[in-house]
Design a protein around this ligand. Structure first.
Ligand code: SF4
Length: 216
């Protein structure tokens, strides 16, 4: 082998080694990312921080793409979610799926979680002390997933994350800066089930989300 051929081969080996190391680096980062979310989920599964631990069937951690650019945050699990341990699987969940599909995405493309991880009995409103005890888990989920856009669903998720007392009707449809993301509130799908006339407002909000999503 002449000098030029050996040099070429050497350069090729260096190139392949760099490529291999970079792939390994990506894999390690992805494993760390998935690991962090899994560790957090394990904590939630055994959490006893508030009285809802005594009445829940299953905690509902969240579901979806761990690298999602778009994250939906709702209020709390309902009866179906409590039984299945999955977020938004009842009637309101089916509507949320349709809402997600309306902007050309699938449920698996986004991440879905709630402010409270356990069901309040009889689907009553969350108590402030329950939100205070539980919201740390959601904030950690957001820090790990790092979505570009967060869509809060309904009054409780919106007011909690924005630390605002303004009604959802005044906050919805506007982008707010929140922890390096853009946060946009809209109505909760459960509300739309008995106020279908407001679906058109949610559609307007979703068009804004789609436009922002396409920029990211
Ligand atoms: S609602 Fe949250 S804080 Fe309360 S027990 Fe469930 S996971 Fe823990």
């Amino acid at each position: 082998m002449d000098n030029q051929s050996s040099r070429k081969e050497l350069l090729n080996i260096v190139k392949l080694t760099k490529q291999y190391l970079s792939e390994q680096d990506v894999e390690i980062k992805q494993n760390k990312h998935a690991g962090a979310l899994l560790q957090l989920e394990k904590k939630v599964k055994i959490c006893q921080k508030c009285p809802l631990a005594k009445t829940r069937t299953n905690p509902v951690f969240g579901a979806g793409d761990e690298h999602a650019k778009l994250m939906f945050v709702g209020e709390a699990p309902g009866r179906d979610e409590d039984l299945q341990g999955e977020p938004f699987v009842g009637k309101a969940g089916k509507l949320l799926t349709k809402i997600i599909n309306s902007i050309g995405l699938k449920r698996e493309d986004v991440y879905i979680a709630n402010i409270l991880k356990c069901r309040p009995p009889g689907n009553r409103n969350p108590e402030p002390c329950e939100i205070a005890m539980c919201q740390g888990y959601l904030l950690e989920q957001i820090s790990i997933i790092k979505p570009k856009i967060i869509c809060t669903l309904g009054k409780f998720a919106t007011q909690t994350l924005l630390k605002s007392q303004q009604p959802i009707s005044q906050l919805r449809g506007r982008f707010f800066e929140y922890r390096n993301t853009k946060l946009i509130p809209t109505f909760h799908p459960a509300y739309l089930l008995y106020s279908p006339g407001d679906k058109r407002l949610v559609w307007q909000d979703m068009k804004k989300i789609k436009a922002e999503y396409e920029k990211t």
